[in-house]
Design a protein around this ligand. Structure first.
Ligand SMILES: [Zn+2]
Length: 351
């Protein structure tokens, strides 16, 4: 990533928009309020702080990047991030049951609502990846430095700039480093925060991705499955007639592809993908087990549910047909395991 992180100011500006007083919001336009807050001396000083502390922010970024955090192994980085938040100064902090780092900066309102500003701790890179940061010209390179270690560094920079300039907010701010954003993590950190924690969250900002000029206000939903077809297995000639899991899988994919292709030709974008196929031991063995990983996505939650049901119907049809037609041996068993579930959603772009 490029060595120009004065763009952190932009994230602070987004935060300012979210922290507007709700009572003021009814009387004046968003722009008026933001301009008034931006004119405040402390807020100006906080923006300047970000510029004058660029070097420190980059140092933080490098330190965190060089602590590996592959999916499901974020603990070491989480502990370092927690310590950094504590050093910067928060009212309380802890690591929750699933491994999220949570730090509270209290608001002044009696019944303060809570804004979350988060980055994710995990990177997409597996255990053993070299995470040393290299500087080439004005660019820092390392696995995971942009996605999303930068988000964590931004959180710390914002916290420090607010603390150094005694900026008080009415709302609580939770600075959160989440686990399980990448791969098969299935957003388990964010899900924990919203469904299992005691926090009542009124707003949520995630600092992620490398664009400094884009606010994402839609969530792309996805369903992911690991489907395993299992039978007795045997010799291709000697045991011929036993149900063949590879054949059943193929028929299921055929039915799914035909129906899903038709379904996704119109309407809000919806996708489907058989991403991995595994199984079998040799060319002349009926496999005892084959499996596939499947990913379906849609901008519309309704369509996501629809394509999911096409998928289930296709598998069930293939399994039923081939079990009925089998010549001998026990029936095939199918296991359809949901391994990813992210709902689609949208916040009005004007909010
Ligand atoms: Zn990310």
């Amino acid at each position: 990533m490029c060595l120009n992180n004065s763009k952190i100011s932009w994230f602070l500006l987004v935060l300012v928009v979210f922290l507007r007083s709700p009572s003021l919001a009814q009387e004046r336009s968003v722009l008026d309020e933001v301009q008034e807050i931006m004119a405040n001396n402390s807020v100006q000083a906080a923006f300047e702080y970000l510029d004058t502390h660029d070097a420190e922010t980059l140092e933080t970024l490098i330190t965190l990047t060089e602590i590996p955090a592959p999916p499901f192994a974020e603990t070491e980085r989480a502990l370092a991030f927690l310590e950094m938040l504590n050093l910067a100064g928060v009212d309380s902090s802890y690591i929750d049951e699933v491994g999220n780092v949570i730090a509270l900066r209290k608001g002044s309102a009696p019944n303060a609502s809570t804004l979350v500003i988060s980055g994710h701790l995990d990177t997409v890179f597996p255990e053993g990846t070299n995470v040393q940061v290299q500087q080439i010209g004005d660019t820092l390179r390392a696995p995971g430095i942009g996605d999303d270690t930068r988000g964590l560094a931004v959180l710390l920079a914002i916290l420090k700039s607010m603390n150094s300039n005694n900026i008080e907010t009415e709302q609580n701010i939770l600075f959160v480093g989440t686990v399980g954003e990448e791969g098969l993590g299935d957003l388990r950190g964010v899900k924990q925060l919203f469904t299992e924690s005691d926090w009542t969250i009124s707003s949520f900002i995630s600092i992620d991705g490398t664009s400094d000029t884009r606010v994402t206000h839609q969530g792309l939903g996805s369903h992911r499955y690991l489907v395993t077809f299992a039978g007795p297995g045997g010799h291709s000639w000697g045991a011929f007639g036993l149900i063949n899991p590879a054949h059943v899988l193929s028929r299921a994919v055929y039915y799914f592809e035909i129906a899903a292709d038709t379904y996704t030709r119109g309407g809000p974008k919806t996708s489907y993908n058989i991403g991995t196929l595994q199984g079998g031991t040799s060319i002349n063995s009926i496999p005892a087990e084959v499996s596939m990983q499947v990913d379906m996505r849609s901008e519309s939650q309704e369509r996501l549910i629809q394509i999911d049901s096409i998928f289930h119907r296709s598998i069930n049809r293939a399994v039923q047909e081939m079990n009925l037609n089998r010549r001998n041996g026990p029936p095939l068993v199918v296991d359809i395991k949901l391994i990813g579930d992210r709902p689609s959603g949208e916040t009005d772009s004007g909010e």
